[in-house]
Design a protein around this ligand. Sequence first.
Ligand SMILES: NC(=O)c1ccc[n+]([C@@H]2O[C@H](COP(=O)([O-])OP(=O)(O)OC[C@H]3O[C@@H](n4cnc5c(N)ncnc54)[C@H](OP(=O)(O)O)[C@@H]3O)[C@@H](O)[C@H]2O)c1
Length: 348
Amino acid sequence: MNYNKLGNTDLNVSTICLGTMTWGEQNSQGEGFQQMDYALDQGVNFWDTAEIYSIPMREETYGETERIIGNWFQKSGKRDKVIIATKVCGNTSNKYIRGGGYNFGKKKITQALDKSLSRLKTDYIDLYQLHWPERNTNFFGMHGYEHDENDNNWTPFEEILESVEKFIKQGKIRYVGLSNETAWGLSKFLELSKLKNLPKMMSVQNPYNLLNRTYEVGLAEISVREKSGLLAYSPLAFGYLTGKYRNNNFPEKSRMKLKIFKDFTRYKNENGQKAVDEYYNISKKYNIDLTQMSIKFCEIQPFVTSVIIGATTMEQLKTNIESVNVTLTTDIINEINEVQKKYPNPCP
Ligand SMILES: NC(=O)c1ccc[n+]([C@@H]2O[C@H](COP(=O)([O-])OP(=O)(O)OC[C@H]3O[C@@H](n4cnc5c(N)ncnc54)[C@H](OP(=O)(O)O)[C@@H]3O)[C@@H](O)[C@H]2O)c1
């Protein structure tokens, strides 16, 4: 396994992070336990979850993934071997989450954190992330930008950082990070931290994969210069970058075949499929596995701290973790970049 420093903390996180959002929906607790045992054995010491998981979000499964991880901590006694990241959700219309609405105000963020700690059966969370912004802005693949002057009821960033400072002093969390954030959001938080001597955002968890390299514009530079690296999620573009959906094939039990994911269309467009075909041809030409090529490409970026993988079977998990052993030659990277030029960010 390879390791990187998380932001400018003293934590060495594995460059492969174990994603967990299928546990409690597509995967049982027993399967989650197997994944955690195996991943830790392979040196994967960094795990990512969220209060809202399992995905897709449902009232019945809210908090279920954290519960599974908490049960594993209790059973294994290995809490101290893991760097655990979880998230508090942003603005939501789901009434079952603290009545809906904004969640980063002092009262609600405290409630959210205390519940996560209790489900995870731990005294502290290593990295507490704001899952998505409260304000209206572009994330989750939104296009265009319409500014709403009246959208100003969201929690001021300074107030959020003050809550975070309190949580750190209380020992409930060690560090804080962002997710689904924009360049404006990240830089504003960083500026405030410096100005007011408040905790710093140590990471940004955004999508990044061969079909969506938009992070490279704007955010990548901030990540490197300010030591607030990317935790790249959906490195396989929901599985499209394994090649298994090529030629309109939708294998049984795969995410895109499942009815529960029918509204997730981000990676399902013509140019995306053409780009996948070209990446597939590169992998065949150089005799490497397309899945591993796709994950490795994310891992080697200078602005990436860790790549958050997701797997529904042990076989997938093994393939994905073993991507750390793959080498991408300059020729392979050049050919990958040619495809990006031909089909720039087909699934942003
Ligand atoms: N912050 C956020 O908003 C956010 C959003 C999304 C994800 N995340 C985090 O990132 C993690 C990973 O995201 P993701 O699941 O979207 O990642 P992904 O790598 O794009 O997709 C993972 C899915 O692809 C399929 N797959 C994975 N490896 C495979 C293999 N070797 N062969 C064939 N199919 C394979 C599996 O689905 P099937 O078997 O069902 O086909 C798996 O669940 C999540 O668990 C979560 O922790 C965060």
